[in-house]
Design a protein around this ligand. Structure first.
Ligand code: TYM
Length: 332
């Protein structure tokens, strides 16, 4: 039986990259059998957050996002990272079998450092905590966007180092990427990877004027609508491709290639993107409002999730401690 696990940082509202790259797949996977664990990575958020009140709010907002988009707490376990402190113990055990070289190769650390984000020890060792997150629940399937692939591969490596040293304790996890590339790496308003730190995101729940204004920032050139263009080179198409069915998409592409009077301008494309975002998330926006009005229910769901997740992590932690000599061997 498969166990799915994934995490998401509570760094503000979630964007279309988080949705198409991860959350949508997490919610669809509920229909399959197996166990499902999704957590809000608040320990990880401390690598950049310094505002306690904002962090608490963002954890809540992220939980509400999952629930509003359709995560069913009866089928999937939703919980807060820091409610399972055993992952920090496991992270230490993994750190002690992992060479510095592995972490020095992490793209995400190198990118953040290049952007001037202060390189704390926490930021550097982040992949070790992430490996502990994955291994603590005996997960074998980790659905993520492409940007997290290297981290999941590092978790495979760390599980291997530990098992090699102390015997089979950890199950080997496999990354699961969205099948189509446009979902696995969603681009942002500037054509770079959509990311919270790039400030190029489109928020799932934004609507009305602020949404139209944001979509207006999608980078385009000054060519007239009638000029024939290659849709593959136009950024607005990256967004249309996320939402439109293949017939409608082909129609937009054909008219753009052809040019002339029937060709859409960038304004038309952007208006269609606004409409698609509004439509796609309208039911979830309503559920979000209901959940915002019932904070007790969100707290109860997170507490139940933590209880279930923690029971599993405690068992794995105990096995790992015994395997490396910090406890007596467990009875067989
Ligand atoms: P985070 O919060 O940056 O992103 C959450 C999920 O969204 C995916 N994603 C994207 N997918 C496609 N296109 C994009 N532009 C895009 N941006 C984000 C990410 O791949 C991810 O699946 N380190 C993780 C959180 C984490 C975790 C874990 C994930 C902590 N422990 C254990 C899996 C397993 C992170 O920062 O994700």
């Amino acid at each position: 039986m498969s166990t799915y696990l994934s995490g998401i940082q509570p760094s503000g509202m979630q964007h279309l990259g988080n949705y198409f790259g991860a959350i949508r797949g997490h919610i669809e996977a509920q229909r399959e059998g197996g166990e499902h664990f999704y957590f809000i990575a608040d320990y990880h958020a401390l690598t950049t957050s310094r505002d306690p009140e904002a962090l608490r709010e963002r954890v809540r907002e992220t939980a509400i996002t999952y629930l509003a988009l359709g995560l069913d707490p009866e089928r999937a376990t939703l919980f807060r990272h820091s409610d399972v402190p055993e992952v920090c113990e496991l992270a230490w055990l993994l750190a002690c079998v992992t060479g510095m070289g592995l972490l020095e190769r992490a793209h995400s650390y190198k990118d953040k450092k290049a952007k001037g984000i202060q390189a704390t020890v926490g930021l550097f060792t982040y992949p070790v905590l992430m490996a502990a997150d994955i291994l603590a629940y005996e997960s074998d399937r980790v659905p993520v966007g492409t940007d997290q692939l290297q981290h999941v591969e590092m978790a495979q490596d760390m599980a291997g180092y530990f098992n090699h040293a102390y015997g089979e304790v950890f199950r080997r996890p496999e990354p699961v990427l969205p099948e189509e590339g446009r979902f696995a790496r969603v681009v942002g308003l500037d054509g770079e990877k959509m990311s919270k730190s790039n400030e190029n995101g489109i928020w799932i729940f934004e609507s009305g004027k602020p949404l139209a204004k944001r979509i207006g920032r999608i980078v385009t050139d000054s060519r007239a609508p009638a000029e024939p263009k290659d849709p593959e080179e136009l950024l607005p198409f990256c967004f249309l491709e996320l939402f439109l069915d293949s017939d409608e998409l082909e129609d937009w592409r054909a008219r753009t290639r052809e040019g002339g009077e029937g060709a859409p301008g960038y304004g038309h494309m952007k208006a269609r993107i606004v409409e698609a975002v509004e439509e796609t998330f309208a039911p979830a926006r309503v559920r979000r409002e209901e959940l915002l009005a019932d904070p007790g229910e969100v707290d109860r769901i997170l507490a139940r999730g933590a209880e279930k997740a923690r029971a599993i992590a405690v068992g794995v932690r105990d096995r790992a401690l015994a395997a490396c000599g910090l406890r007596n061997p467990l009875p067989r």
